[in-house]
Write a protein that binds this ligand. Structure first.
Ligand SMILES: *Cc1c(COP(=O)(O)O)cnc(C)c1O
Length: 421
């Protein structure tokens, strides 16, 4: 029996309608930007394996550091105990973040990093004796798939089965020149009930790589700060170079109170999550009263192997060659975007840093479930490129080690698809 057949006997895949999905492609090896299938087919991973990979697959340096850690300490309970990797990682990451970030809380994925952020904010007000239970989020936001993270995400086909169970959130439009003043007064009207404002800075990934201007985000953040509302920057996707700077919040002047990280944190090798916060938030939990404790934790909190992977990825990330690669991708994306603008199959193009999105012309049918998405997905797969369109939106966000040749092949294939589909 083939691996795909054995898989289908025992496995339930994420975000997959198992009745109609094609059999999964068995991948047996990864190197650089490429993944190799059991039958020898080579795929360029143009979406960094669901946006997590930044230095390429099976990176020898990260692999070496993980292997070393495995023989020293694989795991230890993190309540009442600590270990060198967890401390060093927090020290090094906090030094790179906005300078108001003072404490690091580990978990094990992006959704849990968001859950921790939400709990920190809600309990911050609770511990201070104030009744502030509402959260502001953007329409079409995506913050994860657990219940709290799902609640602060936009309501959609993906949440429909649970909508009645999700807590109420104040959803606002993305800010722009026209609506910014309206949004500010909307927030001011509610301020006494609002604990926090959670947002994906600059790019709403899952919404379809929807981009908005740093200037207006900054204005909203500053307004929330003035109204005493906590700011949660969900950098799970945008962190670690995706937007051109190390963190998307470097594009704004106002500092968030809380930041969430996961996808690029270990360079895409291990599941890991991190929530950082200010001293002010941390201090609101300090008390002789045990009830003011943050009662949250996961079995694998601060797993030493994940910490070793994150430290190794960080070593590579701060090497100047990584920023050079990021700048190279940004410049090449720009040239390609300009070259396809005006094509009859392109409705629009947009780019933030290493993220390039092309919106396909569809007439009136823009649904995620439209046939175009599947057609495009398979068109690129058949040509050895993994692109995973969100509806009619194709996006490229490659590992930073992608070569010019690989990028040019992706661009050329997209150009071909534009003419043929
Ligand atoms: C992917 C994502 C999450 C959820 O992370 P998981 O590790 O998939 O749970 C949260 N926020 C944003 C912005 C994301 O892109």
């Amino acid at each position: 029996m083939s691996l795909a057949d054995r898989d289908l006997k025992v496995i339930w895949h994420p975000y997959t309608q198992m009745k109609t999905a094609q059999p999964p492609i068995p991948i047996v090896r990864g190197e650089g930007t490429c993944l190799y299938a059991e039958d020898g087919t080579k795929y360029i991973d143009a979406i960094s394996s669901w946006w997590v990979n930044i230095h390429g697959h099976s990176h020898p340096y990260i692999a070496k550091k993980i292997a070393e850690q495995l023989t020293v300490l694989e795991h230890v309970i993190f309540a009442g105990f600590t270990h060198p990797g967890a401390v060093e990682l927090a020290e090094r990451l906090l030094a790179l973040l906005p300078n108001n970030q003072a404490k690091a809380f580990y978990s094990d994925n992006g959704s849990t990093a968001v859950e921790v952020a939400i709990k920190m904010c809600l309990q911050y007000w609770h511990n201070k004796g104030e009744e502030r239970t509402k959260i502001i989020a953007f329409k079409n936001a995506y913050h994860g798939d657990t219940f709290g993270a799902m609640s602060v995400s936009g309501r959609s086909a993906f949440t429909a089965a649970f909508d009645s169970l999700l807590f109420e959130v104040e959803f606002i439009d993305l800010p722009d020149a026209e609506n910014i003043e309206t949004l500010k007064s909307q927030i001011s009207d509610l301020k006494s009930q609002i604990s926090s404002f959670i947002f994906e800075p600059l790019v709403q990934g899952s919404a379809g790589m929807v981009m908005y201007e740093a200037k207006y985000l900054d204005e909203l953040m500053a307004h929330c700060r003035a109204e005493g509302i906590m700011l949660i920057a969900d950098e799970v996707f945008t962190g670690f170079g995706r937007t051109g700077k190390s963190f998307a919040c470097e594009h704004v002047a106002t500092q968030p109170d809380i930041m969430c990280f996961s996808k690029g944190l270990t360079g895409g090798t291990m599941a890991f999550g991190l929530t950082t916060c200010t001293q002010e938030i941390y201090d609101a939990f300090l008390s002789d009263d045990k009830m003011k404790t943050l009662f949250h934790g996961h079995s694998y909190t601060a797993n030493p192997i994940a910490c070793a992977a994150a430290l190794a990825s960080l070593d590579l990330f701060v090497d100047p060659s990584t920023q050079q690669n990021i700048d190279r991708i940004i410049a090449k994306h720009q040239i390609f975007a300009e070259s396809v603008e005006g094509h009859r199959s392109i409705r629009s193009t947009r780019q933030t840093g290493t993220i390039l999105a092309l919106e396909w012309e569809t007439g009136n049918n823009t649904s995620y479930f439209s046939g175009l998405r599947d057609k495009l997905y398979h068109y690129f797969l058949d040509r050895g490129i993994i692109l995973r369109p969100l509806g009619n939106i194709i996006y490229i966000l490659p590992p930073y080690c992608i070569t010019d040749t690989e990028l040019d092949y992706i661009y050329a294939t997209i150009g071909q698809a534009l003419d043929e589909i």
